[in-house]
Design a protein around this ligand. Sequence first.
Ligand SMILES: NC(=O)c1ccc[n+]([C@@H]2O[C@H](COP(=O)([O-])OP(=O)(O)OC[C@H]3O[C@@H](n4cnc5c(N)ncnc54)[C@H](OP(=O)(O)O)[C@@H]3O)[C@@H](O)[C@H]2O)c1
Length: 273
Amino acid sequence: MRSIDLAGVPVPVIGQGTWRMGEDPNHRRAEIAALQLGIDEGMTLIDTAEMYGEGGAERVVGEAIHGKRDQVFLVSKVYPHHASQKGIPRACEASLQRLGTDYIDLYLLHWRGQYPLEETVEAFERLREAGKIGRWGVSNFDVADLQELASPACATNQVLYNIQERGIEFDLLPWWRQHNLPLMAYCPIAQGGELLSSPTLKQIATRHEAAPAQVALAWVLRQDGVIAIPKAVTPEHIRLNAAAADLVLDKHDLDAIDRVFGPPQRKHRLAMV
Ligand SMILES: NC(=O)c1ccc[n+]([C@@H]2O[C@H](COP(=O)([O-])OP(=O)(O)OC[C@H]3O[C@@H](n4cnc5c(N)ncnc54)[C@H](OP(=O)(O)O)[C@@H]3O)[C@@H](O)[C@H]2O)c1
């Protein structure tokens, strides 16, 4: 698996998402097995959040990484309504308990809320000094938010980015690139929806003897500095996603995608799910 530098640590360009995990006890075993298979396949970055399954996803992750903590780069996120001086350490402690570990590699503010950014940053820094988190970052921040944040300690911004949602290419991606920081793309295969039935994607996939989801991932990863975090529970999906790191799209493929899913011509409000 190719890797990328994230605030001093090499992480795989494809990690594993966990949204919708930990919601149904009947799926628990499959979800744990899925994350473990993903780790074996090299997708050792795991993205979770206190929000997912109201802690349920973090518990699933905790079970999946038991005995493998050292192999994994763990990302979790704090709710905006917990992002205060007092709320952040409490939320982090609860996440650590559920994850069964004593540190989170990367802790993100899930989206902007009511607390001043300086207060949130200060609380993140305290956690970092205490060794509870390795580094911190943000999620769902647009350019204006990042300009206001203006912190060189912010390790990443996690945003929605896939072939159908290219709004960030207009301003956020170029701005972020100037700062030479890795970007985490969430929903990189558009939640496994209609994008995967696109005739264009299917044709490109056939040409490369690949699957449409792999084309979607390779497209997100066509540029340096991007990490994709697809979520998959189906073993076949996990193997395909890991192997997508080796798929390289050529100009012919990229032009074909641009003709159907054109790049943005103006500023779009940052898309979120
Ligand atoms: N920061 C934020 O605000 C935010 C927001 C949304 C998501 N996220 C993070 O980003 C992760 C990814 O986003 P997401 O889960 O919404 O969407 P996604 O990764 O784009 O899509 C997940 C869906 O695609 C299916 N899938 C996975 N691999 C596939 C393949 N190779 N072929 C066909 N279908 C495939 C999965 O099915 P199976 O599970 O059945 O395999 C699942 O239904 C989340 O899990 C979460 O960790 C962050």
